[in-house]
Design a protein. Structure first.
Length: 348
């Protein structure tokens, strides 16, 4: 399996990749402008960033690994988990409840492993017991996304605890909290009690650092020590390190953008109600909408594009037949998307 990058179009409104549609904080740009020619010529020192990031997250530095985007962290975790073959002549396995972020499967297969998929319930409710039942002596890693992408649904805290208890201690549970900033739901306070859980975070979404590639892993210090060996020592650029620190300090911008996302989600819900389109209330910065009543999702996505707006076709994800996903960002951008949605999916 390979990841297919969604199509792009110069000048279009990008509501297809869950990016921050308002850009990054002005403080990030200013911090990057302060970088000297000498800074660029030298390998970066991440000590200050590591300290600031640990303080921001409320964790110890030993519990933290900085990564070039969360993707690098997920890849490092997979490689490390699969470095020990569970049984002779058997491929290591990863359990993945679906729908899920495509890169989990990409990393598993690139590392020589096999994906064990858990199909979704019709209402996307989380299937705790099926995840536990799928674990065998070949399982090395379990990927959970909270909230889920593309559905926006949260995993109950009790479900995460139960999975952590039922799995063998040598199986790593990766809890991807990429969209934490839009819901405030995190397992961080419980990490000390569950050393087999590693949390992944990105600063691409709410902080607007997708282009700088800023992510991290948080977990048990001993468990992360082996993962550090799979992460290159200088994978973060000097620009990423400087911009990341500035973003962490600008809480005003972060609060403003989260407020925009909250309002945008409500506007999308209201539009779907008016248009009689099924949708799922989301804990992320996006909304999954079933547009099958109005036509094929691919055609709806293409029609959005003709109006200069990029949205994502998710109809091929398990359980998502007929669905598109629209990023909920800056309100004025959401209003443009709603205008297009009303024109394409008007009630007959």
């Amino acid at each position: 399996m390979t990841y297919s990058r969604p199509g792009d179009r110069a000048g279009a409104l990008r509501l297809h990749l869950n990016e921050n549609t308002g850009g990054c904080s002005a403080a990030v740009v200013e911090a990057i402008r302060q970088i000297s020619t000498e800074d660029i010529a030298q390998y970066p020192d991440y000590a200050a960033l590591s300290r600031d990031c640990a303080e921001y997250l409320g964790v110890r530095e030993t519990q933290l690994v900085l990564t070039n985007g969360l993707d690098e962290g997920l890849m490092a975790l997979t490689v490390n988990a699969f470095s020990v073959v569970p049984v002779a002549d058997a491929r290591p396995e990863a359990v993945i409840p679906t729908p899920a972020f495509e890169m989990y499967s990409v990393f598993v297969k690139a590392s020589g492993g096999r994906v064990v998929s858990i199909p979704p319930n019709p209402d996307f409710s989380f299937q705790t017991q099926k995840v536990c039942d799928a674990v065998t002596d070949r399982t090395r890693i379990v990927f959970l996304t909270n909230p889920n992408n593309p559905t926006g649904q949260l995993i109950p805290r009790d479900a995460i605890r139960e999975i952590a208890r039922c799995l063998p201690p040598d199986v790593t549970i990766v809890l991807d909290e990429a969209y934490y900033d839009f819901c405030g739901e995190t397992f961080l306070p419980e990490l000390d009690a569950h050393p087999n859980v590693i949390i992944g975070r990105t600063f691409a979404k709410a902080h607007g650092l997708a282009g700088l590639r800023a992510g991290c892993l948080i977990g048990n210090a001993g468990r992360l020590e082996a993962v550090r060996s799979a992460v290159p020592p200088y994978s973060l650029s000097v620009f990423a390190a400087a911009g990341w620190r500035a973003a962490l300090r600008d809480r005003v911008y972060l609060d403003w953008y989260r407020g925009q996302v909250d309002e945008s989600r409500e506007l999308l819900y209201a539009a779907c109600e008016r248009l009689s389109l099924p949708y799922w209330k989301s804990a992320g910065n996006f909304v999954l909408i079933n547009v099958a009543r109005s036509g094929e999702p691919q055609e709806i996505v293409r029609a959005f594009g003709d109006r200069g707006i990029l949205v994502r076709d998710r109809s091929h994800d398990p359980g998502c037949r007929g669905c598109i996903r629209i990023t909920a960002g800056v309100v004025r951008h959401t209003e443009m998307a709603i205008d297009a949605l009303e024109g394409l999916c008007a009630v007959p």
